[in-house]
Ligand binder design. Structure first.
Ligand code: RP5
Length: 161
């Protein structure tokens, strides 16, 4: 299976990014994590992106806050799908959301919600599952279990009132 890269702009992003790692681990998806910043270590970020495909990666998750150019900068260096997680470190995350999502045509970044690290990992899994039936089955099973849990709560909610 291709690996997922989790790139964060700062170790201060770790509390959010950790949730991506947990989901990937639960689904048995191999991943690597790195701290590269679009602004503080631009050469390293670029170098990672341009060699990511030949290094066995299938998807890149990029988490950054404030003037969050990391996902876009990585996307500029690869045709692998890049998923951006805007981190809420200032202005309620709106700064990072807009910086991540508003990409020029031809260089897309699939942007999840502010601090949406779990969904970034689920989306990465779905991308890899296009060519992986076993993973697709795991994702379908997860959804079925999730639905059953919610319906179970639906049945019990009257007792809470
Ligand atoms: C961004 O600036 C990082 O991704 C982080 O979310 C934010 C603040 O970084 P630190 O000043 O905490 O390192 O580059």
């Amino acid at each position: 299976m291709k690996k997922v890269a989790i790139i964060m702009g700062s170790t201060s992003d770790l509390p959010v990014v950790r949730k991506s790692a947990e989901v990937l681990r639960d689904f048995g998806i191999p991943f690597e994590a790195h701290v590269y910043s679009a602004h503080r270590t631009p050469e390293e970020a670029r170098s990672f992106a341009v060699s990511a495909r030949e290094n066995g990666f299938g998807v890149i998750i990029a988490a950054a806050g404030m003037a969050a150019h990391l996902a876009g900068a990585l996307a500029a260096g690869t045709t692998l799908p890049v998923i951006g997680i805007p981190i809420n470190s200032a202005l309620g995350g709106l700064d990072a959301l807009l910086s991540t999502v508003q990409m020029p045509s031809g260089i897309p970044v699939a942007t999840v919600a502010v601090d949406g690290a779990k969904n970034a990992a689920f989306l990465a899994a779905e991308i890899l599952a296009v060519e992986d039936e076993t993973l697709a089955k795991k994702l379908a099973d997860y959804r079925a279990k999730n639905a059953a849990d919610i319906l179970n709560k639906d049945g019990n909610v009257v007792n809470e009132l």
